[in-house]
Design a protein around this ligand. Structure first.
Ligand code: NAD
Length: 289
C-alpha cells in the first residue's frame, strides 16, 4: 500500500495558513482567534485540545482555552458559550466533545453561533452541507476530502463505502463524497451497525472510509486490491512495549493490508492531523468573513 501522509499534508496546509496570516497582518487585519471550551479532565480530550492550541501557535493564531469543571451545570456552560458568541475578539470556537453525561450536548452545540461554529456541528451548518451551500464543514471529513485532492486520487464515478453514520464523521463524509464536486461524484454506500453482508459491500469499494471506533475492525479480506483505505479510527489498545503500556491504533488492520496494492492512511499520522489543519482553515475563513 502507498501511504497517504496526513501529517506532512497537514503541515503543508498549516504553512499555507501561516502565510495567509502574515498577509492579513501586513494588510492591517488582526490575527485569527480560536477559542476552545473543555469540560472536565478526560485525558484524550485534553490531548486533542492541546494539539489544537499548539497548532494555533504554529500558524500565528491567537488562542483561548476555557477550562471548566466536570461538575459545571448546563446553564452555566450555555452562559460560557454565549460569552464567546458575544466576544468580538473571538472569530470561532469549539466545544470539545464528549461532554459529561448530565449535559445535553446537542443543546450546547446548538447554542454556538453558526458564524463562529468552526467545528461545523450546528444544525445550520449541517443543513448547508446537505444542501451543497457554503458553510463550515466538519473538520474530519473535510480533511479527508483535502487528502484525496492533494494526492490526486480520482473519485468521480468510483464506489465509496463509508462505515459509520455519526453526525461528525460518517454522515458528512457520505454527503461530501456524493456531491457534484472534485473530489466528489462518488456513488456512496453508507454502512452502520445494522448493515448486513458488510464484507461483500466493502470488497466492492474503490474508496473505503472506516469511522467505527473499533480497533482493526477492517481486515484484509474486506478490502479490494487497489482500494484507497482511509482510517478515521483512533483507538487506544494495550501495548507492553510502550512506556505508557498503550498505543493508538486505527479501525483498519494496517499491518495485514500493507502488502496489498492501493493507498492507506496510517494511525497516527493520517486523518488526525488533517482534522486539525481543517479546523485552522475554518477559523481563518471565519476571521475573513
Ligand atoms: P461513533 O461511535 O459516533 O460512530 C461509530 C459508527 O460505527 C456508528 O455509526 C455505528 O453504526 C458504526 N458501527 C459500529 N459497529 C459497527 C459494525 N459492527 N459494523 C458496521 N458499523 C458499525 O463514532 P465517531 O465519532 O464517528 O468516530 C469513529 C472513530 O473515529 C472513533 O475511533 C473516533 O475516535 C474516531 N475519530 C477520529 C477523528 C480524527 O480526527 N481522526 C475525528 C473523529 C472521530
Amino acid at each position: 500500500m502507498q501511504i497517504i501522509d496526513g501529517k506532512a499534508t497537514s503541515l503543508a496546509i498549516q504553512d499555507e495558513i501561516k502565510e495567509a496570516v502574515t498577509e492579513r497582518l501586513a494588510s492591517g487585519s488582526k490575527k485569527p482567534h480560536l477559542a476552545a471550551i473543555i469540560v472536565g479532565d478526560n485525558p484524550a480530550s485534553r490531548a486533542y485540545v492541546g494539539h489544537k492550541i499548539k497548532a494555533c501557535e504554529r500558524v500565528g493564531f491567537e488562542s483561548t482555552l476555557v477550562e471548566l469543571s466536570e461538575n459545571i451545570q448546563e446553564e452555566q456552560l450555555l452562559q460560557e458559550v454565549e460569552a464567546l458568541n458575544a466576544n468580538q475578539a473571538i472569530d470561532g470556537f469549539i466545544v470539545q466533545l464528549p461532554l459529561p453525561d448530565h449535559i445535553d450536548s446537542q443543546r450546547v452545540l446548538e447554542a454556538v453561533h453558526p458564524d463562529k461554529d468552526v467545528d461545523g456541528f450546528h444544525p445550520i451548518n449541517a443543513g448547508k452541507l446537505s444542501l451543497g451551500l457554503p458553510g463550515f464543514q466538519p473538520a474530519t471529513p473535510a480533511g479527508i476530502i483535502e487528502l484525496l485532492k492533494r494526492y490526486g486520487i480520482e473519485t468521480s464515478g468510483k464506489h465509496a463505502v463509508v462505515i459509520g453514520r455519526s453526525a461528525i464523521v460518517g454522515t458528512p463524509m457520505t454527503l461530501l463524497l456524493s456531491r457534484n464536486a472534485n473530489p466528489g461524484n462518488c456513488t456512496v454506500t453508507m454502512c452502520h451497525s445494522r448493515t448486513q453482508n458488510l464484507q461483500a459491500i466493502t470488497r466492492s469499494a474503490d474508496i473505503l472510509i472506516a469511522a467505527i471506533g473499533r480497533p482493526h475492525f477492517v481486515t484484509a479480506d474486506m478490502v479490494k486490491p487497489g482500494a484507497v483505505v482511509i482510517d478515521v479510527g483512533i483507538n487506544r489498545i494495550p501495548d507492553a512495549t510502550k512506556k505508557s503500556g498503550t498505543r493508538l491504533t486505527g479501525d483498519v488492520d494496517y499491518d495485514a493490508l500493507s502488502n496489498m496494492d492501493g493507498h492507506i492512511t496510517p494511525v497516527p499520522g493520517g486523518v488526525g492531523p488533517m482534522t486539525i489543519a481543517m479546523l485552522l482553515k475554518n477559523t481563518l475563513d471565519a476571521a475573513a468573513s
